[in-house]
Design a protein around this ligand. Sequence first.
Ligand SMILES: O=C[C@H](O)COP(=O)(O)O
Length: 257
Amino acid sequence: MTRRQLLAGNWKMNKTVAEARAFAEAIGRQADAFAGEADFAVCPPFTALHVLRVTLPARVALGAQNVYFEPKGAFTGEVSAEMLAEAGVRYVIVGHSERRHLFGETDALVGKKVEAVLGAGMTPILCVGEDLRERQLGHTERVVERQTKAALAGVDAGRAGEVVIAYEPVWAIGSGQTPAPEDAQRVVAHIRRVVEQEKGKEAAGRVRILYGGSVTADNIAGFTAQPDIDGALVGGASLQPDGFVRMAKAITKGASA
Ligand SMILES: O=C[C@H](O)COP(=O)(O)O
């Protein structure tokens, strides 16, 4: 089964509207970087969705960093999946470790968000990953297994293959430290086995699993060369236009190699 590589930039709480526009114009001047056989997305804060919708190169899709699962109502501060879809959003990050740890998101809430995103015709980027203590205790596999099963619990086997999963070891996020690509491959292969066990072979073969955590233009190719790693979810290094372009070229080259 051939899966297209995906490069997704997660800007977190960075960039004003003016800064977002400047980024889109800068990568637009190097739009050739996005012409190859791979998918690309940028996930800005909500406030910069509109400006990116109108300024990003056509091959770079729009993503969001969060969503609420209810369709509408008295949920001050929240944004629904339908609202994001209408705003031109294609991908929605769900269950990022910063949301789980800083904002108390539970496995059950993450599962509802995954369903809402699929229900609105968008692609969830479901984040899973162990923290340092869990890793030191040897619990990595069981943590990603629990998170994956809970998040996919309400998803039909026929649609599970549409989900993108991002394996992000929490200790690697923003730290400059990464697992060896072979180590990330081992965990990602385990996640794929969990998908197979829960949703069947077809879904497991289709589901794209990214690596995230201190990815840069210099190390991305080592991860995306692994057989089960289908791209990267990138924080800090996605903020600079040149870095984003270099990563786009690296994954496109790997995809066609
Ligand atoms: O969603 C992105 C990840 O949290 C990785 O962030 P980072 O590339 O800055 O380590």
